[in-house]
Design a binder for this molecule. Structure first.
Ligand code: IDP
Ligand code: MG
Length: 155
């Protein structure tokens, strides 16, 4: 089953929206298989946003990601990388479709509520960056037959 990394950014923690955002992933039928609160240090922010390190807004982005701890989650589901990106909406909250997380909770390009891995390969790298293998849990099939058709999931 595919996995992705989601971060609830400091704006979520400041605004008291942790439960509300997590609930959206649970209601969709996705499974949280790892979760922790942590303060992102300089190295972690620089690695996580290495594709943006030369952008003029990088110092502001870095400070915003270190304003409070973040909540990191590993989420599992069929095609979960694409599904969670679709749930997040486009980067700028002002442009994100209403009904997406950013569209419903953000008015900002930077303070846009969640990070979500943008591809399966990146997801693997990002999960390993935030979680040790023993912090990611496997716990049986639970309600799989309520979430998926039998021919959608491998035995
Ligand atoms: P994504 O989060 O939608 O994948 P990226 O381009 O990977 O978008 O950018 C990572 C994060 O950097 C964004 O979520 C946002 O917080 C911030 N960011 C991206 N572009 C800008 C910008 O033009 N101004 C300020 N912050 C930005
Ligand atoms: Mg990105």
């Amino acid at each position: 089953m595919e996995r992705t990394l989601v971060l609830l950014k400091p704006s979520v923690i400041k605004r008291g929206l942790i439960g509300e955002i997590i609930t959206r992933f649970e209601r969709k039928g996705l499974r949280i298989i790892a979760m922790k609160m942590l303060w992102m240090n300089d190295q972690l922010v620089e690695e996580h946003y290495s594709h943006l390190k030369d952008k003029p807004f990088f110092p502001n982005l870095k400070a915003s990601m270190q304003a409070t701890p973040v909540v990191a989650m590993c989420i599992e589901g069929l095609e979960v990388v694409r599904v969670v990106r679709a749930m997040a909406g486009v980067t700028n909250g002002r442009n994100a479709a209403i009904g997406t997380i950013r569209g419903d909770y953000s008015m900002s390009n930077q303070q846009n509520i969640v990070h979500a891995s943008d591809g399966v390969y990146a997801a693997g790298e990002e999960i390993a960056r935030f979680f040790k293998p023993e912090e990611v849990f496997e716990f049986g099939d639970l309600n799989f037959n309520a979430l998926y058709a039998v021919d959608e999931v491998e035995a």
